[in-house]
Design a protein around this ligand. Structure first.
Ligand code: AMP
Length: 447
């Protein structure tokens, strides 16, 4: 399926081509046409599925082709998001899809001065991306009016409720015209989200692109991008710096298992290995030693590890990614058992791109990526997106030189951000954020 077959106009198709988007992802295939047709949409889609383009592209087209010119302080499309980071990210995407097309866009969130945002609203904006708290502040300052509102988008609605924005959202809904199109995107559908959807949406088209083969929800999964030669050092560093208890480490080959366990033993880490070259008694002994806590690290190949059930195992490390994607799910399933929270960390080097793509396709999501300080990979792992695979880095949008018709970019005034990346990065302790801005240690609630 192509973007053109979904009914998108040629100007937008040209911009997508420039960004290297070749085919629509599943959520884009299902959402774009109904949004263009004016339907409300209720979509279960996580970050990394291409959900932003799924609502942004048809909305941009509608703003370019339908409705009247925006007037002072008015807004025609409002995208509500839970955090300032997501606000910036969504706005960056909008700017990149628009390039030179004549729509006025803006982003507004709390924690920074409201005055530049109020000034930018004066001429009105076609598309405003905002966090609920700051939008209320703008409203209270008479800086924003909703009577021209055509489309309301709630992005990551579940996180907005988790972050305690229910009251702000309810207050905002009462200010908006009833006749409008509403799109609700959420990673999960809890009771409160279903209630919200029931109140806001009119006969919505339902879309569900949530993963069907996900590993246990209690397992936190992420990648550390690292050069192949540095993997053993990185593992030792993680064992020391994170104060992990027992760790099950998966490797692809028997030789690899032996080599790694030697290195760990040389560094005084109590380690044993189980793989196909070991006798059955030796394997059983290693497993018993691990269960009894006599060794800290058990290095295992996939075949040898089948059926292992170790209670209270908190950490699984994929030293290399498995060649069979389904094995990833088996490996990760060794932790987070019986309702315990586990962590599955994959050390991924650039040569493992194909394995990563296969795993992400199976899971139906892009795994979050991070760099560990001191282990920044020289060979970068190419970006990936579910449904598409490897992607080219989006080019930076060209600067709009045409006077008077430029996109407003409220965020520029106070928080320059790099271009959008493949995965949304959430904050994790002691980790540097991969690719997007400076690492931060504290993420205050956006208003
Ligand atoms: P999202 O799920 O909206 O956060 O998007 C994740 C990433 O996928 C972003 O960096 C987008 O630029 C990229 N992306 C979205 N749709 C496509 C597509 N059809 N082809 C290539 N990249 C895409």
């Amino acid at each position: 399926m192509s973007f053109a077959s979904l009914g998108l106009m040629s100007a937008l198709l040209d911009n997508l081509q420039q960004l290297g988007y070749q085919q629509p992802t599943a959520v884009q295939q299902q959402a774009i046409a109904p949004v263009l047709a004016g339907s409300d949409v209720l979509a279960a889609a996580q970050t990394g599925t291409g959900k932003t383009a799924a609502f942004t592209l048809p909305v941009l087209q509608k703003m370019l082709t339908e409705g009247s010119k925006v007037t002072a302080n008015c807004v025609r499309t409002l995208v509500l998001v839970p955090t300032r980071e997501l606000a910036e990210q969504v706005h960056e995407s909008i700017v990149s899809y628009l390039q030179e097309l004549p729509l006025r866009t803006a982003v507004a969130y709390g924690g920074v001065s409201i005055n530049p945002q109020m000034m930018k609203m004066r001429r009105g904006v076609d598309i405003l991306v905002a966090t609920p708290g700051r939008l209320i502040d703008l409203y209270q300052h008479n800086a924003v009016r909703f009577h021209q509102l055509q489309v309301l988008v709630l992005d990551e609605a579940d996180r907005m409720l988790d972050l305690g924005f229910a009251d702000e959202l309810n207050a905002l809904f009462t200010l908006m015209p009833r006749k409008r199109q509403t799109l609700l995107f959420s990673a999960t559908f809890s009771g409160p989200i279903r209630t919200l959807a029931g109140r806001l949406l009119d006969q919505p088209v339902r879309i569900d692109v949530t993963p069907k083969h996900s590993a246990a929800e209690t397992v936190k999964q992420y990648l550390l991008v690292v050069d192949k030669k540095d993997k053993a050092e990185l593992l030792l560093h993680l064992l020391n710096s994170r104060q992990w208890g027992q760790v099950l480490v998966f490797v692809r080959t028997r030789k690899g298992a032996e080599a790694l366990s030697k290195k760990l033993l040389a560094a005084q880490v109590a380690t044993d290995a189980i793989h196909g070259d070991k006798t059955q008694p030796a394997r059983l002994r290693a497993l018993q030693d691990f269960k009894d806590g006599r060794i800290q690290v058990l290095v295992a190949t996939d075949v040898a590890a089948r059926g292992l059930d170790i209670e209270q195992l908190l950490h699984v490390v994929n030293f290399d990614l498995p060649t069979v994607a389904q094995d990833y799910v088996h490996r990760v399933g060794r932790t987070g058992r019986a309702g315990l929270t586990g962590e599955a960390v994959s050390l991924v080097s650039a040569d493992e791109l194909d394995e990563l793509i296969a795993i992400e396709e199976l899971l139906g999501l892009n795994l979050q990526r991070f760099d560990e300080p001191g282990f920044y990979a020289e060979h970068r792992l190419p970006d990936t997106v579910v449904g598409v695979g490897r992607i080219k880095k989006p080019k930076k949008p060209k600067k709009n030189k045409a006077a008077g018709s430029g996109n407003i970019h409220l965020g520029d005034a106070f928080a320059p951000q790099p271009a959008p990346q493949v995965v949304q990065v959430r904050q994790m302790p002691r980790l540097a954020v991969h690719g997007r801005g400076k690492p931060k240690t504290h993420k205050p609630k956006a208003r």
